[in-house]
Design a protein around this ligand. Structure first.
Ligand code: SF4
Length: 439
């Protein structure tokens, strides 16, 4: 039986696409292997959001030349955003690469592999699907994870000046609600209890009168679905109806990740983010007034071209004012093909590093203070896996509905189940806890 090796880089949408690839390769009798040297088919599902990561991936790919010399039947393929961005240039650059397939060609993977096996040719297929409809036939047939990703919309129409996504993922297209619902219902039948709805701009969802809040209300009715999450929404589209969903739907997790990117209005404008800090603060205040215990997280980019010290200070002020539970923070990374790539006032790496460090130290303080207030409380936790790298006695990790990561001692049979855990001590990014079955 031939083996395939698949490595996934980047966001959850790539994770979801990789899951689909595994599903599509099954009828070809391929068995998945974790060992590169055992593979007859090697696939990389790539990400191009950071230039450094892209260069690392290309150098990893370059090193596969010796594998190809040892196994003449080996097929090496690259999908995802780097494939979409580079197309057939990759075939010229990497002579041992056989297949380049774009984000809209995942469903064609078995056919493309068949063509390469038959004709011994090399292929690059990256055209965007021009059909205005977006449909995925994927359903998890034999097994569905307790926590499953579900793509509901793909592409992006926003064109933020720093972002390559609209060029690698194309225009926004929303999947029909019926299809999304069917995927969730079948998943729940097979054991899924938590879904994360995915899209580059998940709250831009629009399909034949269905808005994102309307879709949330539909999904919330699926029996035995205990948790609904989504990522990533855009502040511009974070409407009152979404806030109402947080109030109405008991299975919508009390956590909002709303990427703000900067705390300064001039920088937001230069980023082509068409909202203001005042708008974001008003949205968050309104949500907090209706759902007081909601947890908040965001994305921040430091060192955008031309960002002054004062403008960076505005971002620190925003963190102090809003007091997010956690943030994902990045140094600005220029991407060829984006508008910001043409901006001349690039900051030095040293300056960007220093700003990133100040931002993260401040947020660590805030996160720790926020977390310490929760110590002593008991939460329902969905157990994800064994904890690694912590004290010997701590064995499992799981998440609260507010997306807090908790490590606690428990039996491995709890993995994939819900249990109640009392938080016993807080760190900036996680908690230690005790399983609390009596509560
Ligand atoms: S909204 Fe998100 S995906 Fe779209 S361009 Fe901006 S950062 Fe990129």
């Amino acid at each position: 039986m031939p083996n395939f090796y698949l490595k996934t880089y980047g966001c959850q949408m790539n994770v979801y696409d990789s899951e689909r690839m595994v599903h599509l390769l099954k009828p070809l009798q391929f068995t998945q292997t974790e060992k590169l040297k055992e593979a007859d088919l090697i696939l990389f599902n790539s990400c191009t959001v950071r230039e450094k990561a892209k260069q690392k991936l290309l150098s990893d790919l370059g090193r596969l030349k010796s594998f190809k010399e040892k196994n003449k039947k080996l097929i090496i393929g690259m999908g995802g955003c780097v494939a979409q961005e580079e197309g057939d240039r990759l075939l010229k650059r990497i002579p041992h690469l056989d297949l380049v397939f774009g984000v809209d060609q995942v469903d064609q993977l078995p056919e493309l592999i068949g063509r390469i096996q038959e004709t011994k040719s090399r292929l690059a297929v990256t055209a965007f699907d021009t059909d205005p409809k977006f449909s995925l036939s994927y359903v998890r047939k034999d097994f569905s994870p307790v926590s499953a990703f579900i793509t509901i919309i793909k592409g992006c129409d926003k064109f933020c000046s720093f972002c390559i996504v609209p060029f690698t993922r194309g225009r926004e297209k929303s999947r029909p609600p019926r299809e999304i619902l069917q995927e969730i219902e079948l998943g729940v039948e097979k054991g899924t209890r938590e879904v994360t709805l995915l899209g580059q701009n998940v709250n831009s969802y629009a399909h034949e009168g269905y808005t994102f809040p309307k879709l949330l209300r539909l999904i919330a009715q699926v029996p035995h679905l205990k948790r609904i999450r989504f990522t990533s929404p855009h502040p511009q589209d974070f409407c009152d109806d979404m806030i109402a969903c947080y109030e109405e739907l008991p299975n919508l997790c009390k956590h909002l990740h709303l990427p703000v990117q900067s705390g300064n209005n001039r920088i937001l404008k230069a980023m082509r983010r068409w909202y203001t800090i005042e708008h974001t603060q008003e949205r968050i205040e309104k949500l907090r007034s209706k759902v007081p215990n909601v947890a908040l997280s965001t994305d921040i980019i430091v060192g955008f071209p031309g960002e002054t010290h004062e403008e960076f200070e505005d971002t620190l002020k925003l963190l102090r004012d809003i007091r997010y539970d956690s943030i994902y923070s990045f140094k600005y990374s220029p991407r060829v093909g984006t508008l910001a790539y043409e901006f001349s006032e690039e900051l030095s790496e040293e300056e960007k590093n220093e700003r990133l460090q100040r931002l993260q130290s401040l947020q660590d303080e805030i996160s720790l203070e926020m977390n310490q207030k929760l110590v002593g409380q008991t939460y329902e936790v969905l157990v994800e896996k064994k904890s690694l790298g912590l004290a010997h006695a701590v064995t499992l990790q799981g998440r609260t509905d507010t997306n807090k990561l908790v490590h606690f001692k428990g039996d491995a049979s709890l993995i994939g189940k819900f249990t109640r855990v009392r938080l016993t001590s807080a760190m900036p990014h996680s908690f230690l806890g005790d399983e609390n079955l009596g509560n």
